[in-house]
Design a protein around this ligand. Structure first.
Ligand code: BGC
Length: 430
């Protein structure tokens, strides 16, 4: 375990943004996206657990004031949230003004509280009708996307400080390569529609995990696979934004000028590094035994705390301002979250000292929420009672709140919230 008690004091740049992130279907409740559909929802959650439907989620649809209170109690000045297409356009061409009004009320309240808004227009979920048509698997659905954005963007524009068109369009677990490449174009179209109505910066949130060759950089095969996977998960997106060229191995390249330059800032979600093993059929390897630990019962992907990935990512993305739009750990023992936040912020700060232009950090997540098929992995800075929906700030939430208030942290703050390092609770079997 990293000895965070040895970390030096750090201060962040003036005007640094401190935030927390959520997503509609994961917190609202009674959503009607394909995730709630018996017929269309996936059958299994991450780790192979049977799929649990979101149902009431955190009931944030009704309790959004409680969420705002939590943000305030942590002194946060940024909230990254999403609006749900399936509420606003439940049937193709039928727009629900009442649902739009609901979002406008939340956005207005955030403004009254002096909290900046980072708004995601598509965070994984979408209406059943769009899913049935093949969603992003084809460019033929672009018209649907445009009509939705043309309806919603001008109405919410005055409240938005940072735009996220799509969340994690680069994720292979979520999208096929064809979908990922198409989504670059959906992103580009979204960018230009937003620009008609808003002068605020636009991006799409990129899920960044550093790909490392398992046997090191001298192992040609592992390195080859690390580079290959890095291209199809990370670089294809950065390359398309920087040049307008949509490329991937074994695919004919396509030059789409309207995509070039369509990120005003990099919106980066980062959690883990991934080890690439060229001697395995799917190239993916578990973490090293030496660095692996289990923070929850079920197998999950956040089973390592590896802050150097934050530095490596930020060194790569120095050409634009960066907003960390997600970063967090699934841990039932909240002390791991305190360790994780300390380590990641220490790394982030070091990257700033090495020239990265980071404008803010938004932690995933505000609440223990619905984690795509399960309520088991807990990422929240606050717990949510599954019966009453009462929210309670965790120790890590209080710790994070003090960091935000001080725009930095030191040992005094840390020691208030963590007396000693938690031990590693479970090595994996060798
Ligand atoms: C997603 C969130 C998710 C989080 C934790 C990100 O990939 O944007 O929706 O809950 O990671 O797994």
């Amino acid at each position: 375990m990293l000895d965070i008690f040895q970390y030096p004091e750090i201060k962040f740049p003036k005007e640094f943004l401190w935030g927390a992130t959520t997503a509609g279907v994961q917190i609202e409740g009674n959503n009607s996206s394909y995730h709630d559909s018996e017929e269309l929802a996936p059958k299994f959650a991450f780790g192979g657990m049977p799929y649990e439907f979101p149902k009431k989620a955190c009931n944030s649809y009704e309790l959004y004031e409680e969420d705002i209170k939590l943000l305030k109690s942590m002194n946060l000045n940024l909230y990254r949230m999403s609006i749900e297409w399936c509420r606003i356009e439940p049937e193709k061409g039928t727009f629900n003004e009442k649902e739009l009004k609901h979002y406008l009320t939340i956005l207005e309240r955030l403004k009254e509280e002096g909290i900046k808004v980072c708004l995601t227009l598509h965070h994984v979920s979408h209406p059943v009708w769009f899913h049935r048509k093949g969603s992003f698997g084809t460019l033929d659905n672009m018209k649907d996307w445009e009509e939705y954005l043309e309806y919603v963007v001008p109405k919410v524009a005055e409240y938005v400080d940072f735009w996220i068109v799509l969340n994690e369009l680069n994720l292979p677990f979520e999208y096929s390569l064809t979908e990922r490449l198409n989504m670059v174009q959906y992103h580009g179209r979204g960018y230009h529609i937003i620009k008609k109505y808003s002068s605020k910066p636009v991006s799409s949130a990129h899920s960044y995990s550093e790909k490392q060759p398992k046997r090191g950089y001298n192992d040609k095969l592992d390195k080859l696979m690390a580079d290959y996977i890095d291209y199809t998960e990370n670089e294809f997106f950065f390359h398309a934004i920087r040049t307008g060229e949509i490329t991937a191995p074994f695919v004919d390249a396509k030059y789409v000028p309207e995509v070039k330059g369509t990120c005003d800032y990099w919106a980066l979600n980062t959690y883990i590094r991934q080890m690439m093993d060229g001697r395995r059929e799917n190239f993916r390897s578990d973490s090293y035994t030496a660095t692996h630990f289990k923070a929850i019962e079920t197998p999950f992907y956040t089973e390592e705390i590896c802050p150097d990935i934050m530095i490596q990512m930020l060194m790569r993305m120095k050409d634009k301002p960066v907003l960390i739009t997600e970063n967090g750990i699934a841990a039932n023992d909240d002390r791991y979250r305190v360790v994780y936040i300390s380590a990641m912020l220490q790394a982030l700060n070091e990257a700033i000292r090495m020239g990265a232009d980071v404008i803010g950090y938004s932690h995933w997540s505000l609440l223990d929420n619905w984690e795509w098929g399960s309520y088991n992995p807990n990422f929240g800075l606050a717990t949510v009672d599954r019966r009453t929906f009462e929210r309670t700030l965790k120790n890590s939430g209080k710790f994070y709140g003090e960091i935000a208030k001080n725009n930095g942290y030191n040992q005094e703050i840390l020691r208030k919230y963590l007396k000693e390092l938690p031990s590693i609770i479970n090595f994996k079997n060798i």
